[in-house]
Design a protein around this ligand. Sequence first.
Ligand code: HEM
Length: 118
Amino acid sequence: DDSLYTQLGGKPALEAVVDGLLQRATQDARIKDFFKETNLKFLRTQLVDQLCAVTGGPCRYEGETMKNAHAAMGLNLAHFNALVEDLQDALDAAGVPFATQGRLLALLAPMHRDIVTR
Ligand code: HEM
């Protein structure tokens, strides 16, 4: 099994990465206000399922489309890049090797087309 999911370290590793991301994003002055009214427990579940599914793991993501989930936020590319930076820091902290980080970021980067609206 050479899926990115396995390379990342499976479900426990993804959970650690998502926890690290949410911790950072909710304290990041550039973007934390977007999360003020968010149910973080629900968002954690959705993110783990989504990342598991897109990396080839045994999960199904049944949440909103990226377009619908972010439409009302009016996100720009700086917001998007700030979140990606927080994700990279979380991946570093979880000990994910640089090349593996690159594989994940390559899957997520194109989503900016649906998430960034201004
Ligand atoms: C590749 C980048 C991103 C991915 C993969 C992603 C993924 C997701 C997912 C899976 C959800 C849950 C959707 C649902 O089922 O309700 C969500 C919601 C959310 N995202 Fe993102 N997101 C990204 C970028 C961003 C950025 C840049 C921000 C803000 C700076 C952001 C802020 C939020 C917030 C606040 C919610 C929760 C909305 C609510 O409370 O209903 N996301 N995102």
